[in-house]
Design a protein around this ligand. Structure first.
Ligand code: ZN
Length: 571
């Protein structure tokens, strides 16, 4: 038994995620976690909401809630949706937790002790009316380029020109509208990533099994131009982890918080500590996943994320952990994804374009979405959601192939033999051939799942379903029954066993339907580690039930209705 630590990139707190976000990290991470658990491995699967930073403050200001209340409420919303999609996190934490405050402050203190933190003076806009420094995007004014009167301090959204706040004509605070602004000097802490360059380079060079795409992105950031830059790790904001040096105040840093990029990945670790606390476990229980001096030496750590997150997880977060001088577990493998597009354009949270997680669950069960998204995961290139493709895929793969097989076998058996697995007959050449074929296919499927080849795994699973259908069509127990009911009973018993095996193999992709199939067959859904034995696991006389229809087909009418309903922006 291996020990596998799995983290998904943290969804940001300001709103409900769309399906492109879901398939870009959380969903494939769940597929992998479910599969590894089914194979008997010890898995720790961690995710959390990323709650700090300016966008959270802005979103809270919009709803009129205190930012802490807003984050608490949105965390519950996101946790509910994760549950709705059957994301099997061992813990879904919050980056605003006390654990993350303590660990972030601790690591910053260690980095300072190691000489890896520098204090830098910067000039920044201060609003006297608001009593605070303003981040660039909190400053509005007239664009010097196009004259748009609501340009932001970082960019004009009318002409897209990148701006500095001091470029704006008649600048004002986006919070209060006050024009009583001045440029003040303020101090910030910088992580001296440049000083870690050689260590990071050696570490990345040691990762022989990483995809070229991952290492090339990391190397580009490490070596291009002036090389890896030092990065600010503090901000003048109210909402965040207060800057402290371990447990001590940090002179000159009063009223400042750590920058969200610094504390968010630390939450992977802190969320595991939250898991321990929530389950009444000792610190040693989470430390054995994260501290190589406390048992994590044999852990394999896999991270899932969108490709835009790769530089950050190959450089900045490892720099934090390595620089601390403490034996933290570093990532062993990074699985990254491209983008899912929507009907010829992009999914967009800010423009409300596409299908969002809450909307998806309102119209169809999660298995339908899980199957389509995973079988079309944007692995080696971007992929595209279209309603037409979705309809075809669901109707063909789930309804016609898997659902139909389960329905035909169980209903035929009930009508001819009742709701017990029939005795009689046995395995003939056709069954032996299918067992040999499926044994090979199952081994291939397992290898693909181990390798996190998401789309290829879906293709392999679909082929396993299809092989059962083809067998049933050729064996035709409904025809055989007329001449030889005993021989037909052997075919039906074998086909019922196939359903039980399919339930186990399908569970990582479509857990709800798989659970219904296993329950109908009266099995526990255990993985067919010995396929030959698994195909004879259901004994004659054992009772089964006919499950309700597993998948409804998507009609043209429904597809057209959704296509129209989701054509515009979400309200
Ligand atoms: Zn402009």
């Amino acid at each position: 038994m291996a020990r596998i630590l799995i983290t998904s990139a943290l969804p940001y707190i300001n709103g409900i995620k769309h399906l492109g976000n879901l398939v870009g990290s959380q969903l494939p991470a769940d597929l992998y976690a479910r599969y590894q658990r089914a194979r008997g491995h010890e898995v720790m699967f961690i995710c959390a909401t990323d709650e700090h930073g300016t966008p959270a403050e802005l979103a809270a200001a919009k709803t009129g809630e205190p930012v802490a209340d807003y984050c608490a409420r949105m965390h519950e919303v996101q946790a509910g949706l994760a549950q709705g999609f059957r994301l099997s996190f061992d813990h879904f934490g919050r980056s605003s937790s006390p654990q993350n405050h303590r660990l972030t402050q601790h690591l910053a203190g260690r980095l300072a002790d190691a000489g890896l933190i520098e204090e830098v003076s910067e000039k920044q806009v201060y609003s006297r009316a608001d009593g605070r420094f303003l981040p660039d995007r909190y400053i509005e004014g007239t664009c010097p380029n196009c004259g748009y009167d609501r340009a932001r301090g970082d960019q004009c959204e009318n002409c897209t020109k990148q701006l500095d706040p001091t470029d704006l004509i008649d600048p004002r605070s986006a919070i209060s509208g006050s024009t009583d602004l001045e440029v003040r000097e303020t101090k910030h802490l910088f992580l001296k990533q440049s000083g870690m360059r050689a260590r990071l380079n050696d570490w990345i060079d040691s990762k022989h099994d990483w995809p070229v795409l991952t290492t090339s992105i990391a190397k580009k950031w490490l070596n291009d131009g002036d090389g890896l830059q030092d990065r600010g790790i503090t901000r003048d904001l109210d909402w965040g982890v207060p800057v402290k040096r371990g447990e001590h105040d940090w002179p000159g840093m009063e009223g400042k918080v750590f920058y969200v990029w610094f504390d968010a990945p630390i939450e992977y670790i802190s969320a595991t500590a939250e898991w321990a606390e929530a389950n009444g476990k000792s610190d040693a229980e989470w430390e054995r996943w994260w501290r190589t001096d406390k048992g994590a030496g044999d852990v394999r750590y896999v991270e899932f994320m969108g490709k835009d997150n790769v530089p950050f997880h190959t450089l900045s977060f490892p720099a934090t952990l390595m620089g601390s001088g403490e034996p933290w577990k570093l990532v062993d493998y990074i699985k990254s994804f491209n983008y899912l597009n929507y009907q010829g354009g992009q999914f967009s949270t800010s423009q409300g374009r596409g299908v969002f997680m809450d909307q998806a669950l309102e119209i169809l069960p999660s298995d339908y979405w899980r199957w389509w998204l995973l079988s079309h995961a944007p692995e080696n290139s971007d992929s595209e959601f279209t309603w037409e493709n979705f309809q075809v895929s669901i109707n063909k793969d789930l309804a016609d192939v898997l659902g139909n097989f389960v329905s035909r076998v169980t209903k035929f058996c009930r009508s001819k033999y009742g709701e017990d697995v029939p005795a009689g007959g046995g395995l003939g050449p056709a069954e032996e051939a299918l067992i040999a074929d499926l044994t090979t296919r199952i081994a291939e499927y397992q290898q693909l799942m181990d390798d996190m080849e998401v789309r290829k795994s879906a293709t392999a699973l679909r082929a396993i379903w299809a092989a059962g259908n083809e067998y049933l069509q050729a064996a035709a127990p409904w025809a055989v029954y007329k001449e030889d009911p005993e021989a037909a009973a052997g075919i039906v018993r074998f086909a019922l066993n196939l359903i039980a095996v399919y339930a186990a193999l399908s569970a990582p992709f479509i857990p709800d339907a798989a659970a219904k199939m296993a329950a109908a067959m009266g099995t526990d859904g255990a993985w067919p580690e010995d396929p030959a034995a698994a195909f004879e696991a259901l004994a004659p006389g054992q009772s089964f039930t006919v499950p309700d229809n597993l998948f409804d087909k998507i009609t043209d009418e429904a597809r057209e209705g959704w296509e129209a309903a989701f054509a515009g922006q979400r309200g």
